[in-house]
Design a protein around this ligand. Structure first.
Ligand code: DGJ
Length: 748
């Protein structure tokens, strides 16, 4: 890994064994983009890759030169209004209204390692040897403003991170209207764009479209990264699939409003920008002030989409997630939400906990409804003290009883919200993030608290801290159940209003930072009406996230499959819930519900006190299985094998890094009449090694010993009956059927 600066050509080459990224100072002093892709050998001059053009109507900055036009040059961090008429990476305004700028290369620094970004989540290194960083300073002398472009390249993985800082020294100040975290100009448009899209209970389904002229984008203006889109997009070559071909991933480490946009100009140049959504963003910088963007993480893969995902998984699991729980196997939990909703008391909770403890569950999570007078969703958010009618011994008393049973105790909060029927609102009506002089929307009967105000964060912090200090709480589920609407910070002036959406997220990060610092042993799980804030920003504070409020196993196959495009299995909150399912009313076998939930953090969310004994026995078996295999599942290499979006079947696997253990799950949606024979082609095994194959659960069928190459190229038959796999009993078949196979390398 290296970052080279070639003085004579003013070129920067960031490279490791897998990728190269080349930047060059252009004739006008601005930064041109030369190359990003598979590693190429370093040399002094890649100038021939800067393509100039003489085009009718193009603007040319140098008199007498009709080829140098920013409209046609690939740039590193372009703006608008200096000849480039495409969408810019940034825009700013001076006091007199001028938006024209000219940021020229001033200096640079190359150093080992990677710096943290103050106040914002970011990927980190544990030793200076893991990455090198390049910081380039651009300056516009007329407005005494500098832009610092920061690039980090990692040693053994095809990853480049980027972020930007604006610093103003002009006495009149400047106003940032838009500042993306990064931009990438690519020389052609022969890509498909893949995004993760959905809505509540149908999050992160991958969608693919061919790039076309003009702008195509995904975004959020909801105040959170959203159910609708994820702060991520992928560009893949048309021939790329899950296993091969060139794929570029772009992911933003941010939890608020974002824009991920691809523009194709009329000369087939593709421009990707990713950053805070410019709508409603207006950041005034006074003399001496600076603004820091979130970080963008780019992954290059020549091994298809799985190749890209595996890099994100490893990076986000080990160098974005932090703290005590980062590398630990996650506790198997039971959550009372779908068991009781708001209708519980201490006795009911203890019954559930006791029954769960008996079969091996490790953590009991008390969800919504334990505080204030909360018996429904119309009151008490913001009043974080126990409801003594429901819980006469308070949270501390209940938590102690659960601990005495030998289980850990977890607790739900929704720190960023309030209801009008709450002490908090009655005392502080001006803390709503809303223009309260006119009609403003509720959502689920609740209102967003103005986390751009430090006193609001302080108040919530004090309440949460008091509970967490007093009670033995080992886990916190941090929920957030509505989108923003009429955003206005009451009592703050005009200039605050353009900052408020970003300041809100900084407030959320601040509260997370305080609590994770004060309670390092607590496992935090983020949540936002299920999966509305499943993003890299959250992962920095909470190493796992509630993936979706939809707990139906069949729908979860798609949701977890899409989520795995970017996010590690260790972050995917997954529970077995009741049948029929509460969201889609589907009746799915308990085996399949568990086979899906195993590929995540795993837990239960049902009224265990009402289940028949045979189901309790199966659950006990599932829990022992998960305890035995969760290290492999949560820390192994996950590969998508067959897409649930393409047919009746789907499959995925997780393999140990040493390739000596694999767990493969096969799911079949509907039972076909006289179905065809099915094989699953495993991946990433040692070709000449022998693997014993066992079907988990049921009869624990011995499916023989096979070579790695057979299992990968000839495939493992998962049909009803084959020479290796005995006939399945009738009751084992039917709709929503699944099979789980455990492969272990054997000597002979
Ligand atoms: C939404 C979450 O996603 C659910 O799991 C549950 O915690 C409810 N909120 C509680 O209000």
């Amino acid at each position: 890994m290296a970052i080279k600066f070639h003085e004579s050509t003013k070129e920067f080459h960031l490279y490791n064994e897998q990728i190269s990224y080349i930047i060059r100072v252009l004739e006008n002093g601005q930064l041109g983009h030369v190359y990003y892709g598979k590693h190429i050998t370093d040399k002094e001059d890649f100038g021939y890759l800067i393509e100039y053009a003489r085009r009718d109507m193009a603007p040319y900055p140098f008199e007498g030169n009709s080829t140098f036009s920013l409209e046609h040059l690939k740039q590193e961090y372009p703006t608008f209004g200096s000849g480039d008429t495409r969408y810019p990476a940034f825009e700013l305004e001076r006091e007199d209204g001028s938006r024209t700028v000219d940021f020229k290369y001033k200096k640079h620094e190359i150093f080992k390692g990677k710096k943290d970004i103050e106040g914002l989540p970011a990927v980190y290194v544990e030793s200076e040897e893991e990455a090198d960083t390049l910081e380039i300073v651009l300056e516009d002398k007329l407005i005494h403003t500098q832009i610092l472009l920061s690039y980090t390249i990692f040693k053994d993985i095809p990853v480049i991170t980027k972020h930007v800082r604006f610093s103003c020294e002009h006495s009149e100040g400047i106003t940032l209207l838009n500042c993306m975290s990064g931009c990438l100009d690519l020389p052609d448009k022969e890509y498909e764009m893949v995004e993760l899209a959905g809505t509540w209970s149908r999050e992160r389904h991958p969608h693919t479209r061919e790039l076309n002229y003009g702008v195509q984008s995904v975004y959020s203006m909801r105040g959170c990264s959203s159910h609708q889109f994820n702060p991520f997009l992928m560009l893949k070559r048309k021939n790329a699939d899950e296993f091969s071909g060139e794929v570029l991933g772009f992911s933003l480490v941010y939890s608020g409003d974002f824009l991920a946009q691809v523009e194709v100009d009329n000369f087939d140049v593709t421009r990707v920008v990713l950053g805070i959504h410019p709508n409603e963003f207006r950041w005034e910088l006074k003399q001496g002030e600076s603004f820091q963007t979130p970080e963008m993480v780019m992954v290059y893969s020549e091994n298809g989409m799985n190749g890209m995902s595996q890099v994100y998984h490893e990076l986000y699991r080990t160098r974005l997630a932090r703290g005590t729980w980062r590398d630990k196997e996650r506790p198997i939990l039971i959550n009372n939400w779908e068991a009781t909703y708001f209708d519980f008391n201490e006795e009911k909770i203890l019954d559930i906990a006791k029954k769960a403890k008996d079969i091996g569950v490790e953590l009991f999570v008390l969800d919504d409804g334990w505080f204030g007078k909360r018996n429904w969703d119309n009151c008490s958010l913001g009043d974080w003290y126990p409801n003594l009618e429901k819980l006469p011994n308070g949270i501390t008393g209940l938590a102690k009883k659960i601990e005495e049973m030998g289980m850990k105790f977890g607790l739900w909060f929704e720190p960023e919200m309030t209801n009008k029927d709450s002490d908090l609102y009655r005392e502080h009506p001006d803390w709503l993030l809303a223009d309260t002089r006119r009609q403003y929307c509720h959502s689920r009967n609740q209102y967003v608290l103005d986390f751009s105000k430090k006193e609001v964060v302080d108040h919530i912090h004090a309440q949460m801290r008091a509970i967490l200090k007093d009670a033995p709480v080992s886990y916190v589920k941090w929920d957030m159940n509505r989108a923003f609407s009429e955003v206005f910070s009451n009592g703050n002036g005009r200039s605050w209003q353009g900052k408020v959406r970003h300041k809100y997220i900084l407030g959320v990060y601040d509260l997370y930072e305080r609590l994770t610092g004060e309670f390092p042993e607590i496992l935090f799980e983020s949540c936002a009406s299920g999966g509305a804030r499943f993003d890299p920003g959250m992962l920095y504070y909470a190493p796992q996230a509630w993936t979706s409020d939809n707990t139906d196993a069949i729908d979860r196959i798609k949701i977890q499959y899409g989520t795995s495009y970017v996010y590690p299995i260790s972050s995917i909150g997954s529970h077995v819930s009741a049948a029929p399912n509460h969201q889609v009313f589907r009746d799915t076998p308990l085996e399949t519900r568990a086979n899906v939930a195993f590929f995540g953090t795993f837990g239960y969310e049902l009224d265990i006190t009402k289940l028949p004994e045979d189901e309790i026995e199966k659950m006990q078996e599932q829990i022992s299985f998960m305890k035995e295999h969760r290290k492999l599942i949560q820390q192994g290499v996950f590969t998508r094998l067959e897409s649930p979006f393409e047919g009746n079947n789907s499959a995925w696997q997780v393999a140990s890094e040493k390739k000596d253990e694999v767990l493969m799950a096969y799911f079949r949606l509907l039972e076909p009449a006289q179905g065809k024979f099915e094989r699953i082609y495993l991946k990433g095994l040692e070709e000449t090694a022998k693997y014993s194959v066992q079907e988990c659960f049921g009869a624990h069928m011995d499916c023989g010993v096979h070579y790695g190459d057979e299992l990968m190229y000839a495939g493992l038959s998962v049909s009803d009956c084959s020479a290796g796999i005995p006939m399945l009993a009738r009751e084992q078949q039917g709709d929503y059927f699944s099979r789980l196979f455990y492969l272990k390398k054997v000597e002979e």
